[in-house]
Design a protein around this ligand. Structure first.
Ligand SMILES: NC(=[NH2+])NCCC[C@H](N)C(=O)O
Length: 722
């Protein structure tokens, strides 16, 4: 209270008390209100007054409710999975040791999250059939062990559980089936130690060209060492035929991604969806699937009423004189303010919605105009990032929503319930209903997504529908999918309909990513900033001295956009990630710059070797095991890593977790550096002559080709010179 250090004006203790009392009584109503709020808070009584004074709390409360719901769904699905596993005789998490060891389970879980884990074979392979395995070693080994386990124990069904080893001292791959199998055998009265079971499986494998040796560890793991010559032969084949992805029976897949809302600017959340969705689409295209890249834009809804009403006021001659609205965001805010404050305007806005829904030409034109401004902006972002996508937004489902409601009323009336004038539906296992018709007769986000799901399944006839949308919408999407299943639109064992969820983009302060002044970051500004920062990085590395302006321009953009994409994709997508230019442009870490440098360096080795292309091609054509003395450990490690590409691709088709591909590339660059430090590609003799080791040059070439394919899936432009 006494905030003055000046003795002469200091108050006596009495005076201070009087003042405090006065202040207290003046403020007592405020104090009482605060006390009330505190009490309410303590009691967890989230009344309206409390939520009003604490919007953050209101937000957190909403999020918490959603999360609680999601936990419910996850728990249920976990319980079902456990049941299924029990029925199939699978001991959960036995693959890596003691199933009841929670610490270990946690560690495993973390390993998976950070991508440090190795590809594990899922017991159920969706869409990838045995005949599709092609060059995937993991899957071929899996088949070898499937047959062996059957042969050794014809009366017990047990899955082959294979994975890469974490420590190469223990081999290249390992089979983890023996422990669980020993357990299962015990249940049927056969008492064998896991090591005995493992040995019997090894005996049943016998000789196999893929395998050099098998070993059994103390715990019963089977360690598998690949046959080096077989690996080299496979490598030669890749060098001759080019890097190829596993061939998988063609499917039709729809990827719903990016999907911003008209009038509100695309934000970093949509950027994540754009980057992840594009990369998933690229992967699916790379394995020859038919891919529908769909932008489910939010281009319909009551907000168009206020936008159109505002358009009439601000640009009365918009029909003859096209206005240039450069800042749609501001336009949206202006109209929203009027809508909230001006009853008259609000009424007109509703009238506009009705006219738009009745397809009155003038109103449709106004709507198109607003959509076009928004789409033009988005297209600039897509062009810069090399994104191809087709608009099929919410407005496309206008008539389909009406048909859907009729269809539901006729065929699934039991599914619908009237609640305070609304028409709602409670899909199985979902606590929160879908609102399919509002009390004013209007449709909702739920209605359009239900109509979209139906259209995707029955009209677009997709085998697989992938929704790349932030995790916050998980509840909404899971409820939509459940409704689709309830109505028999699809069976989960026949079609994959899935939410590919992702976490938030955070700023370096770990809070939601915003500009300094707390605004949503404009994506074009963000991309510009990236290019500027990439330019500085290239100058810092002295590249401006050795590259032409043209080359620099290419490199700047490739680095900037590549880094933004890679930073996103290399993080486990389900987690939040911190957006930091400093981190993503660090050329020593697991970043796109590091990989782009590594790639350019490998390509430059080829240029420095100065080998005539025809001579090189001829060498590759005639290459065989005998002409390739690839026996240095670092050469062999690099070769084996090259062969793992198919494993990784098949794994990602299952998980849609692209960080596995980033990890694969990063390991590849690291293994290449080890190889390059140990083995001379160009051997300079004392007398000044140079010998090019062609087999090593071939290893450089194939490594670069693999990296190039991976860059392509990640949507990163490679730069031959950097
Ligand atoms: N089918 C879907 N719901 N796709 C995602 C749409 C995302 C929505 N427009 C948003 O910005 O939040």
């Amino acid at each position: 209270m006494s905030n003055s250090g000046n003795q002469s004006t200091a108050l006596s203790a009495d005076q201070e008390l009087q003042l405090a009392n006065a202040a207290f009584s003046a403020d007592s109503s405020e104090a009482a209100r605060l006390l009330r709020l505190m009490e309410a808070m303590e009691k967890n009584d989230l009344n309206e007054e409390l939520l009003e004074v604490c919007p953050d709390l209101a937000e957190a409360y909403k999020t918490n409710e959603k999360l609680k719901y999601r936990v419910g769904i996850l728990e249920k699905s976990l319980a079902t999975q456990l049941e299924k596993n029990k029925a199939a005789g699978i001991v959960t998490s036995s693959a890596n040791g003691n199933p009841s060891d929670p610490k270990k389970a946690k560690k495993e879980n973390e390993k998976e999250k950070t991508g440090g884990g190795t590809p594990k074979l899922a017991t159920k392979i969706n869409y990838v059939k045995v005949e599709d395995y092609g060059s995937s070693i993991l899957y071929r080994l899996t088949e070898v062990f499937r047959v062996a386990i059957n042969k050794a124990y014809p009366n017990v069904e047990w899955p082959p559980l294979l994975q890469e080893t974490a420590n190469r001292k223990h081999g290249d791959y390992q089979c983890n089936s023996a422990m669980g199998l020993a357990n299962k055998l015990r249940q049927v009265g056969v008492n064998k130690k896991p090591t005995e079971v493992a040995q019997e499986i090894c005996d049943a494998v016998g000789q196999n060209p893929l395998i050099k040796t098998l070993g059994v560890s103390q715990n019963g793991f089977i360690n598998i060492f690949l046959d080096d010559n077989h690996s080299i032969q496979q490598f030669v084949q890749i060098a001759k035929q080019g890097v190829q992805f596993p061939k998988i029976t063609k499917r039709r897949v729809l990827v719903d991604f990016s999907s911003p809302n008209i009038a509100k600017e695309m934000h970093v959340g949509h950027l994540r969806s754009t980057i992840i969705g594009d990369s998933i689409a690229r992967l699916l295209e790379a394995v020859n699937f038919e891919v529908l890249r769909i932008n489910h834009i939010g281009d319909w809804g009551t907000q168009f009423g206020m936008l159109i009403a505002h358009l009439y006021d601000k640009y009365p001659d918009f029909l003859t004189n096209l206005p240039k609205i450069s800042d749609l965001q501001a336009f949206y805010k202006e109209s929203k303010k009027r809508f909230d404050e001006d009853e008259q305007f609000k009424k007109r806005a509703y009238e506009c919605v009705v006219k738009l829904q009745n397809k009155e030409p003038e109103f449709v034109k106004a709507w198109t105009l607003i959509c076009d401004v928004s789409k033009r902006y988005n297209q600039m972002v897509y062009d810069r990032l090399d994104i191809k996508i087709e608009d099929l937004g919410e407005s496309f489902y206008q008539d389909k929503m009406i048909e859907l409601i009729n269809f539901l009323k006729q065929k699934h009336s039991d599914f619908l319930k009237e609640e305070e004038g609304r028409l709602v539906a409670f899909p199985t296992g979902c606590d929160i209903p879908l609102t399919v018709v509002k009390s004013d007769g209007g449709f909702t986000y739920d209605t359009s997504d239900l109509a979209a799901l139906k259209y995707r399944i029955f009209d677009q006839k997709v085998d697989w529908a992938i929704y790349v949308v932030d995790s916050g919408q998980s509840l909404h999407l899971e409820t939509i999918y459940a409704a689709g299943r309830d109505m028999g639109w699809y069976k989960p064992e026949e079609k994959r309909v899935e939410h590919v969820a992702f976490g938030l983009v955070l700023g370096e302060d770990k809070k939601k990513f915003k500009t300094r002044s707390g605004e949503t970051v404009r994506l074009l500004d963000l991309l510009d900033e990236g290019v500027k920062r990439a330019a500085e990085k290239l100058v810092e590395k002295g590249r401006d001295k050795v590259m032409t302006e043209e080359e620099l321009k290419v490199a700047r953009e490739a680095v900037a956009y590549g880094c933004i994409k890679y930073a996103d994709l290399s993080h486990t997508r389900t987690q939040d990630y911190v957006f930091s230019f400093d981190r993503m442009l660090d050329d020593r870490g697991n970043t796109a710059v590091y990989l782009l440098y590594a790639y350019a360096r490998i390509r430059s080795i080829f240029r420095t070797a100065n080998v005539n292309q025809d001579a090189y091609d001829a060498f590759v054509r005639s290459a065989s095991l005998d002409t390739l003395p690839l026996n240095m450990p670092t050469e062999q490690r690099l070769i084996k890593h090259i062969l793992k590409l198919s494993d990784v691709i098949i794994l990602i088709l299952e998980t849609l977790m692209l960080h596995s591909l980033c990890d694969y590339m990063y390991q590849m660059a690291t293994l290449f550096t080890e190889f390059y430090n140990e083995c001379k590609v160009i051997d300079k003799k004392k007398d000044g002559t140079e010998i090019v080791n062609m087999h090593r040059l071939m290893l450089c070439d194939v490594t670069a080709n693999v990296m190039s394919k991976c860059f392509n899936i990640l949507g990163i432009r490679e730069v031959p010179k950097m």
